[in-house]
Structures are given as C-alpha cells and as structure tokens.
Design a protein around this ligand. Structure first.
Ligand code: FDA
Length: 325
C-alpha cells in the first residue's frame, strides 16, 4: 500500500478522511480508553499514561543524546474545569522535569486550554502554564490545530509571549497562507516549528498533494533556516531532510542553527542516524490518558498503520502473539 499522498487511491484518501473524522468523535475516545485491548498498539505512539511512565522514557532519550518535548495529551475540552485541570497537569509536568533534572520543554494545544469555550478563559489558562514555565526556565511550544484555529493561535501566542519569551508556535507548510505567516514570524524573531499539517483541510485552504506539500515545506524551511530564530524542522520525510541538509551545508549554515523534530515511535532509525551525524533531534513525547485523537491522526497519516492495527486486533482476538509496544 502506497504511503504517498500523490499516489493515494480514492479508498486511501477516504480512509485518511475517516480517521481524521473519527479523531473528533469524543464518545469513541472515552470508550476506547476503557478498552485495554487497544493499549499495546497505542503504546507505539504514546509514551505512557502517567508522569511515572513518561519520566524514564525521557531519561532514556536524554542518555541517547536526543532532545525532548513533552505533550500532556488532551484537546477540545468543553468545560472550564477541564481546561484548568489540563493546565494543572502541565504545571506538575514542568515541576517534575525540573526536579528530575530533565530538559524543560513542553508542547500544548489551545483547545486543551479552553479555546473552544472562551478565548479569555483560554488566555488565562495558558498564562498559568507560561508563568510556571518562565519560573522553571522552560520552553513552551503552542501546537497548531486545524485551520479554524490558526489566527487565534498566532494571536494568543503573540499576546502571551511577553510572559515567557522562551516560547514558540507551529506553522503547517501545507496551508496556502503559510508563506506569509513564515515571513511575518521571521520578522518578529519568533521560534517556529514547521510541520506539514496533520488535519484534513479543504483544497481552498491547503495543498493536498504530497509533492506540492513537500515543495512548499522545503521553500518555507529554507526561509526559516536562512533567517529564522533557531527553527524546528518537524518531519519524518527522509528525502526532504536530505535535501534541506544539503542546501544548508551548501549555504555554510551551521548545524546548531536549527533542529529536527520527530514524533515518539516514528522513524527511530532516521532519528538515530541524524544524531549520529551530529544533528540536533528533538523527540515529541506524548503521554496521558486522553490519547485517542492524537492516535487517530497517527493512523490517518499512514494507511499501513491501519493494516497493522487490524492485524493486531485479529491476533489479540484469537489469543495470538502481541505486537511490540
Ligand atoms: P510524511 O507524511 O510524508 O511521512 C514521511 C515518512 O514518515 C512516511 O513515509 C513514514 O515512513 C513516516 N511516517 C509519517 N507519519 C507516520 C505515522 N503516523 N506512522 C508511521 N510512520 C509515519 N501537525 C500539526 O498539524 N500541528 C502540529 O502542531 C504538529 N506538531 C508536530 C510536531 C512534531 C515534532 C512532528 C514530527 C509532527 C507534528 N505534526 C503536527 C504532524 C505533521 O503535521 C505531520 O502530520 C506528520 O509529521 C507526518 O508528516 P511527515 O512530515 O512526517 O511526512
């Protein structure tokens, strides 16, 4: 089965859209976290459910010379209490990272902090995390969600940046507006993570073909590497990374002017190769009980993951061997 969007068949494209749609079904999420049978498959992408689970993973990565950022899973909360609880989990995580001498770097989502409820509530909730991070000398990255949140996310980060200048945002290269956003953020000296974009966006808003998305990513990444403030290149696309490295080296740009970022459990081989070659690699490590939408987006990114999941379910159902975690 092809993993390329350019060569995606109609059923594959439909499968992608279906998994993104499923990622928004909250009731299924609540149900799935109660079904232990799904856990071994989930563990490929999720470091664990508690702080006790994630801290040893972070220590292991540090010992392997990886940088890390921690995502306390959660998004689209629908009550002020849930938003406050999410902020509390980030505060405890920041405290635990500091207490264990681990790298203080977290990534959060605004809908986890109440953006869908009320913007002022969200601002106040994120401000709590920014303040605690500033006290701990921690970096906070505000992840980017679907295109209906782009303006709110950029605006809110700009408003909160003075509370913790050690913070940054994410740009999705596939969005048609992104070249303009990249230039604006370069001019502001903003710390940008560049990713391709994980959401199912309409063609009027975003590029949809793999080759076009890669080309857009490459152009925006070059701009950020050349003139941005220590950009983070978040992709597992080995060919794209190879082209960017060759270009940066040709321009005489030092390896410590940018970093690569990849998700926990994806392309560990490529992560190791880059570290071995002296590049900075940050692993995005998610933990928490609310793993369902994140997990569904990982399935949507690669049809082969769905086959893997169905095979595992069949094996577990017949008492067969379990997949590796
Ligand atoms: P592409 O999808 O072309 O994949 C390249 C190769 O990577 C594949 O051929 C396969 O080998 C491997 N691969 C990729 N995804 C895989 C998967 N799920 N399972 C198994 N193998 C896989 N998005 C967003 O919208 N907002 C955000 O804030 C972030 N944040 C973020 C942080 C970090 C650190 C990363 C790495 C990614 C994100 N993303 C994101 C997700 C991003 O937008 C994108 O959906 C994924 O990274 C997949 O795209 P690639 O660039 O890896 O390329």
């Amino acid at each position: 089965m092809s993993t390329s969007r350019a060569h995606e068949s109609v059923p594959e494209r439909a499968l992608r859209a279906t998994f993104i749609w499923l990622s928004h079904r909250r009731a299924l999420g609540r149900l799935s976290t109660r079904i232990p049978i799904t856990r071994p498959m989930v563990r490929r992408f999720i470091a664990g459910e508690s702080l006790d689970d994630v801290l040893p993973v972070l220590e292991q990565l540090r010992d392997g010379r990886y940088l890390t950022t921690v995502d306390v899973l959660g998004e689209s909360v629908d009550s002020a209490a849930a938003a406050g609880a999410a902020a509390g989990r980030y505060e405890s995580t920041l405290d635990a990272l500091a207490a264990r001498g681990l790298e203080r770097n977290v990534s959060l989502k605004l809908t986890q902090m109440g953006l869908d409820i009320d913007r002022d509530l969200c601002r106040a909730t994120v401000a709590r995390v920014f303040r605690r991070a500033a006290e701990q000398g921690a970096f906070v990255r505000v992840d980017m969600e679907d295109h209906t949140k782009t303006d709110a996310t950029l605006d809110l980060w700009r408003e909160l940046r003075p509370l913790n200048p050690n913070s940054g945002v994410v740009i999705q290269a596939a969005l048609r507006r992104s070249p303009g956003d990249v230039e604006a953020l370069i001019a502001e000296g903003a710390r940008v993570r560049l990713c391709k974009g994980a959401y199912n966006e309409p063609a009027s808003i975003a590029l949809r073909e793999r080759e076009a998305i890669s080309a857009a990513y490459e152009a925006q990444a070059r701009r950020l590497i050349a003139d941005g403030a220590y950009p983070a290149l978040a992709t597992h696309d080995g060919r794209l990374i190879g082209r960017l490295i060759r270009w940066a080296e040709g321009e005489g740009i030092a390896r410590d002017r940018y970093e690569f970022q990849m998700l926990h459990g994806i392309r560990r081989d490529l992560q190791a190769q880059l570290v071995e070659r002296g590049y900075r690699v940050r692993v995005y490590v998610p933990y928490g009980t609310e793993w369902y939408p994140y997990f569904m987006r990982r399935l949507a990114e690669r049809p082969a993951n769905v086959t893997f999941m169905l095979r595992s379910l069949a094996q577990e159902g017949t008492g067969g061997s379990r997949p590796r975690g």
